[in-house]
Design a protein around this ligand. Structure first.
Ligand code: NAX
Ligand code: K
Length: 527
């Protein structure tokens, strides 16, 4: 499969598994400990990690012999990997030089001390003075960041902070940076990137993908990511956080005799005076993602406006009040919900009493329901009502909407705390939550979480969210009963990939219509 153009994180997209586990620091440690308990050694694990790191450097540079590499090491086991990599690089003919942030007599773990001692015993070059760092970096072809790994907390401090600052300056001056496990300072659990966090061109991570390498802003610091395996005795711990690979994101195959009903019947309730385009984009999104039949219910005055956009969708007019807003009687005018596998409500709908009544009716009656935009906003004064729903519910908030439905006085912080908050809300509302933004998170009510490994600025234009809501509607309409959250994660993946594809050749300045046009090609490539 030729997927690099779709890739955000190569390590995910290129995986031969459907699902790539995402480890937090505790899980990574548990995996190491389990391997050691099963007969491996700390030094053996470190030897393999350092070997992968050295290979990452030579692969990035395209050579090993004569390569001038400066390896910055900290006092933890991330630094231990760095000492190993120095030796491995020297064995390939590189001119490796270690610069340490700690004094020569700093106590290290046994594995790190032995990696350091082997380097020193082999006559390897090392500087114990940070004053040597800038001149060394000025002559380097590649720099390796082995300062902090999964044991980091907060912004790089003290000598490590000085070292990351020097690394940042060197990279700005054109020296590529390879990070060991995670770029130093980036939170392995939450992708936080405090001031001073390293920006890398390549991150070589071990055993499994660290969560913070996919979550933003950490993902933007990691560059390309590759996973080095830690040996046959190392089993990556399974957890609730994963990412779908391109294989896992493949659209389900259609049976040879699949008719339009099997492909899923979707109702879109959207649009208002001035926002008819949102209804058109949502219904087009549902069709592009493969829905067999799409009906779009809109305020009657915009019926024709929506109908001209997509001849394949059926358009249903709903009554409006004197101001042209959806009237409460629209509830009775909706088509019978029993005829739809999934309903998508909210894009451009407005948030007057009529819209609120319609959305409440859908919550009580739809078999599967996606609430987007105003479908969420009508709950701003009573988000707890979102927990009251008859069928499977999907909520698709962006940052501000997440704050509104996130509840509590700290609603505004919901995005910053999304790693805990989004799975929490999914449980609280018994809904699949799609927290839209860079590295969109999809959380299921049972605790499963997917991080979207691709995407980019091309998704940041008006109407792309409307398209996504429709695509999710199509994906869940055709999903098996226990596979609704995963279908949501897949639709988010398609949408992100289509955004990337649509942005190509346009400096990422794609429109929602460009994105829609890219969806079938993405599905075709994944299938
Ligand atoms: N445990 C193992 O066997 C393996 C670990 N590996 C490596 O070990 C790393 C984890 O090692 P550690 O747990 O020792 O942790 P780190 O190497 O991340 O370092 C933690 C050290 O840095 C200090 N520190 C933490 N935050 C800091 C900050 N913001 N500024 C300055 N100093 C800070 C801490 O006081 C501690 O001494 C992994 O990322 C990976 O690179 C690999 O060798 C594979 C096997
Ligand atoms: K690092």
């Amino acid at each position: 499969m030729s997927l690099p153009p779709l890739s955000g994180v190569a390590a995910v997209v290129e995986s031969t598994a459907d699902v790539v586990p995402l480890l937090d620091a505790a899980a990574a440690r548990a995996g190491d400990q389990a391997a050691v308990a099963a007969g491996d050694t700390w030094s053996g694990l470190m030897e393999r990690a350092g070997g992968h790191l050295a290979r990452g450097v030579t692969r990035l540079a395209g050579r090993g012999y004569g390569l001038r590499v400066v390896i910055l090491v900290g006092k933890g086991d991330n630094g231990g990997d760095g000492w190993v990599a120095a030796r491995r690089l020297a064995e390939r003919g590189a001119q490796a030089r270690v610069v340490s942030t700690h004094p020569a007599d700093e106590p290290l773990s046994d594995a790190s001390a032995s990696a350091r001692d082997r380097w020193l015993a082999a006559g390897g070059r090392v500087s114990w003075e940070l004053a040597d760092l800038a001149p060394a970096l000025a002559r380097a072809d590649v720099a390796v960041d082995a300062l902090l790994g999964t044991g980091a907390s907060g912004a790089p401090r003290g000598a490590v902070g000085d070292a990351t600052a020097a690394l940042r300056r060197a990279r700005d001056a054109g020296v590529p940076v390879v990070a060991c496990d995670v770029p130093s300072g980036v939170g392995a659990d939450d992708g936080a990137a405090p001031d001073g966090a390293v920006v890398a061109d390549l991150t070589v991570t071990f055993g499994g993908l660290k969560r913070g390498l996919l979550l933003h802003p950490g993902a933007a610091h990691a560059g390309r990511v590759v996973i080095g395996d830690l040996g046959p005795g190392y089993v990556p711990p399974t957890g609730t956080w994963t990412a779908l690979s391109a294989r896992g994101a493949a659209p389900p195959r259609l049976g040879a005799a699949a008719d339009k009903r099997e492909r899923g019947v979707v109702l879109v309730v959207a649009g208002a005076l001035g926002t008819a385009g949102a209804a058109a984009l949502s219904s087009a999104g549902a069709l592009a993602a493969g829905a067999g039949l799409v009906t779009v219910a809109v305020p009657a005055p915009v019926r024709t406006e929506v109908a001209v956009h997509h001849p394949s969708a059926m358009v249903h007019g709903l009554p409006v009040d004197a101001d042209g807003r959806l009237a409460p009687e629209a509830v009775e005018a909706l088509p019978d919900l029993g005829g739809f596998d999934a309903v998508v409500a909210g894009p451009g709908l407005g948030h007057g009493p009529g819209a609120a009544a319609v959305v409440a009716h859908l919550r009580r009656g739809a078999r599967r329901l996606v609430l987007d935009a105003d479908g969420l906003n009508v709950h701003r004064d009573d988000p707890a009502a979102l927990a009251e729903h008859a069928g499977a519910l999907v909520l698709t908030p962006h940052e501000r909407e997440l704050a509104r439905i996130g509840g509590g006085a700290d609603g505004g912080d919901a995005w910053a705390h999304r790693v805990e908050r989004v799975p929490d809300l999914a449980r609280r509302y018994d809904a699949t939550l799609v927290a839209k933004g860079p590295g969109t998170i999809v959380a299921a009510p049972d605790g499963a979480v997917w991080v979207t490994p691709n995407g980019g600025p091309a998704l940041g234009s008006g109407g792309t969210g409307d398209v996504l809501a429709g695509m999710i509607g199509a994906a869940i309409a055709a999903a098996a009963p226990d596979a609704v959250p995963e279908a949501v994660a897949r639709a988010v993946w398609w949408h992100a990939a289509a955004g990337v594809r649509a942005g190509e050749g346009r400096a990422a300045r794609a429109t929602a219509v460009d994105l829609l046009d890219a969806v079938p090609g993405v599905l075709g490539e994944l299938a």
